[in-house]
Design a protein around this ligand. Structure first.
Ligand SMILES: Nc1ncnc2c1ncn2[C@@H]1O[C@H](COP(=O)(O)OP(=O)(O)OP(=O)(O)O)[C@@H](O)[C@H]1O
Ligand SMILES: [Mg+2]
Length: 526
C-alpha cells in the first residue's frame, strides 16, 4: 500500500513550483491534493471529487503547471470553467503557482475585447483558462490553436457536462488530439449520470473521492427560517448577526436587482452580480467585494460555483436553491480552507418539502431557527455600541475631551453626560444640516446610470411619476431619461444617466422640488 503523503516535498515537484506553493502559504497538501497530484503527474486521467473550499484548483493546477515544458510557447493545457469570474480566478491562482517557472497563462472569456485576447494568443501562451462560448468563438475565427494541448481540465465538471454546455464541450474536444490527451474532471458534486457521461471522454480514469459522507462542509452552520416576509426577515438577521462579507443568492436576475434596490433603500450597502450586467460592471462589483469595500453581494447562481473570496462569513439563500447541487455549491462560498461559516436559507411555508429533499440528497441537516425579535435587535445594537466604546477607552487618546466633561459635570450628573455623549455619537446631532452626499455609484442598476438618494418626509404623499416629472422640469432634461424611481418607507432614489447626474443633484440640493420638501441624504451605511 502507498504511504500517505503529508508534505508537498514528498511529491516529486520542481524547486520552482515548491517555492511558489510555499510563497502562497500552503504548508501541507489537502487530502484531494495529496491524492490527485501524483496521479496527474504520472499522466493519468482523473475524476476528483472533494468538498467545496478544499483546494481542488491547486490539485489540478500544481501538476499541470509542473508538466508545462519551459520555452514551448504552444498552448499545452486548457481549463474550461462555467463562468467568467471563475476563469479569471483560476488564471490568477495558476499565475501564482507558475510564478518562478514563468508559465504564461491567459483567461479567455466573453465580454472582454476579443482583439486583446487575439494579441495575447499570438504572443504565445502555455495555459488557457476559458469559458466555452468565447473559446468556440476563437476556434471559429481560427485565432486559437489547440493541437498541442496535452491536458484538458473541466473544473466544475458536472456543471460543464450538464445540458447547457455539453455541445460546446464536444465541439472543443474535436479540436484536441484524443490519443495523447490527459483529461481531468473536478467538482464538489458528481452525480452518477454525469460521471458516466464523463467516462466517454476519458481513458481509464482514476476516481478520487474525498469524504463520501456529506457533500457539505462540516464547518458550515446550516440554518433555515420559515417566513412569508423574507425581506423583513433578512434585514432582522443582518441586524443581529455578526458578519464579515455576505453573499445572498436569488433565483433570477430581476430578483437580484429588486433585492439590491430594497437593501440599498434600507441603508445596507449591497450590490448585485448577474449575467445581464456588462463585463466592466461585473469586474467592478467583484473587485469591490474582494477588497472588502462591499459588504453584501447579491447574486444569481453565476457566483455559486468555485468563487473563492476571503472572509465570506455568511451565505444566504434568499430564494431556495433549485436542487441540492446548487445548495452545496452556494453554501460552499463560506467555510473554506478550514474556516467556519454560516449558511442561512429562507423558505416560504410551501417550500418546506423542497428543503427536506435538498437535505436528504445533500446528506445534510438544516437547523430551524426563529427570526430575531425587535428586542434581539436592540440588544445587539447595544452590544455593538458597548464594544466600540470599550475600544475607544482602551485606545486612551481622548484627553482632549476631558475639559468638556469636567465643565459639564459642574451642572450635570456624570452618567447623564456620558449617556448624552453616546447618543450624540450614535445618532448624530439632529439640528445640524446633514452633509448631503447623495451621489451613490450603483452597479446593480442599469448600465451607465447613477442612483441619487433622498429622504422624503413620511407624511408627504408623493407619487413617483410626479417626482420624476418635477425633477425633469427643474433640471431641464427630458422626463423619460430619468430611469426608475423607487419609494421605500423613507429612502427613495431616482436613477439617472451619469452625464446628467450632477444637474439633477444640484436640483435635489435645493431641497424643494415643486413645493415638495426633499432632504438629500446619504444612504445610511452600516
Ligand atoms: N494546501 C493548502 N493549504 C492552505 N490553503 C490552501 C491549500 N490549497 C488550497 N488552499 C486555499 O483554499 C482555498 C480554497 O481552494 P479552492 O478554491 O481550490 O477550493 P475548491 O475545492 O476548488 O472549492 P470549490 O468546490 O468551491 O470550487 C483557496 O483560498 C486556496 O488558496
Ligand atoms: Mg474550485
Amino acid at each position: 500500500m502507498k504511504k500517505d503523503i503529508t508534505t508537498f516535498g514528498e511529491i516529486v515537484l520542481s524547486k520552482k513550483v515548491l517555492a511558489a506553493i510555499s510563497d502562497m502559504g500552503f504548508e501541507e497538501p489537502s487530502p484531494i491534493q495529496s491524492q490527485t497530484i501524483p496521479l496527474v503527474l504520472e499522466g493519468h486521467d482523473v475524476i476528483g471529487q472533494a468538498q467545496t473550499g478544499t483546494g481542488k484548483t491547486a490539485a489540478f493546477g500544481i501538476p499541470t503547471i509542473e508538466r508545462i515544458i519551459d520555452g514551448n510557447r504552444h498552448i499545452q493545457a486548457l481549463v474550461l470553467t462555467p463562468t467568467r469570474e471563475l476563469a479569471i480566478q483560476i488564471s490568477e491562482e495558476f499565475t501564482k503557482i507558475g510564478k518562478y517557472k514563468k508559465v504564461k497563462t491567459l483567461p479567455i472569456y466573453g465580454g472582454q475585447s476579443i482583439d486583446r485576447q487575439i494579441r495575447a494568443l499570438k504572443y504565445g501562451v502555455q495555459i488557457v483558462i476559458g469559458t466555452p462560448g468565447r473559446l468556440l468563438d476563437h476556434i471559429r475565427r481560427n485565432t486559437i490553436k489547440l493541437n498541442a494541448v496535452k491536458t484538458l481540465i473541466l473544473d466544475e465538471a458536472d456543471e460543464m457536462l450538464d445540458m447547457g454546455f455539453v455541445d460546446d464541450i464536444e465541439a472543443i474536444l474535436e479540436q484536441l488530439s484524443s490519443t495523447e490527451r490527459q483529461t481531468l474532471l473536478f467538482s464538489a458534486t458528481m452525480p452518477a449520470p454525469i460521471a458516466k457521461l464523463a467516462e466517454k471522454y476519458m481513458t481509464n480514469p482514476k476516481k478520487v473521492t474525498i469524504s463520501r459522507e456529506n457533500l457539505t462542509v462540516p464547518l458550515i452552520d446550516q440554518i433555515y427560517y420559515e417566513t412569508r416576509e423574507k425581506l423583513e426577515g433578512l434585514c432582522r438577521v443582518l441586524d443581529v448577526e455578526e458578519t464579515g462579507k455576505i453573499i445572498i443568492f436569488c433565483r433570477t436576475k430581476k430578483g437580484v436587482d429588486d433585492l439590491v434596490a430594497s437593501l440599498q433603500a434600507r441603508g445596507y450597502m449591497s450590490d448585485g452580480l448577474h449575467g445581464d450586467l456588462s463585463q466592466s460592471q461585473r469586474d467592478r462589483v467583484m473587485k469591490k467585494f474582494r477588497d472588502g469595500k462591499l459588504e453584501i453581494l447579491v447574486a444569481t447562481d453565476v457566483a455559486a460555483r468555485g468563487i473563492d473570496i476571503d472572509d465570506i462569513t455568511h451565505v444566504v439563500n434568499y430564494d431556495i436553491p433549485q436542487d441540492h447541487e446548487s445548495y452545496v455549491h452556494r453554501i460552499g462560498r463560506t467555510g473554506r480552507a478550514g474556516k467556519k461559516g454560516v449558511a442561512i436559507t429562507f423558505i416560504e411555508p410551501r417550500e418546506y418539502r423542497q428543503l427536506k429533499l435538498i437535505e436528504r440528497l445533500a446528506k445534510t441537516k438544516l437547523v430551524r431557527k426563529q427570526l430575531p425579535s425587535s428586542a434581539d435587535i436592540l440588544e445587539r445594537q447595544r452590544e455593538i455600541i458597548k464594544t466600540r466604546l470599550l475600544k475607544t477607552l482602551e485606545n486612551n487618546n481622548f484627553a482632549d475631551y476631558h475639559t468638556i466633561v469636567s465643565d459639564l459635570t459642574v451642572d450635570y450628573d456624570l452618567i447623564d453626560v456620558a449617556a448624552a455623549a453616546l447618543k450624540l455619537s450614535v445618532e448624530g446631532f439632529k439640528e445640524k444640516e446633514e452633509e448631503p452626499i447623495s451621489k451613490i455609484e450603483n452597479t446593480g442598476g442599469a448600465p451607465g446610470m447613477v442612483r441619487l438618494f433622498m429622504n422624503i418626509g413620511r407624511s408627504q404623499k408623493i407619487r413617483p411619476e410626479d417626482i420624476v416629472r418635477a425633477f425633469a422640469s427643474e433640471a431641464d432634461i427630458p422626463g423619460n431619461i430619468i430611469g426608475v424611481i423607487n419609494i421605500y418607507d423613507r429612502f427613495t432614489f431616482v436613477e439617472v444617466p451619469e452625464d446628467v447626474a450632477e444637474r439633477v443633484l444640484s436640483v435635489m440640493h435645493k431641497n424643494t422640488v415643486k413645493g415638495y420638501k426633499i432632504n438629500v441624504e446619504p444612504a445610511k451605511s452600516r
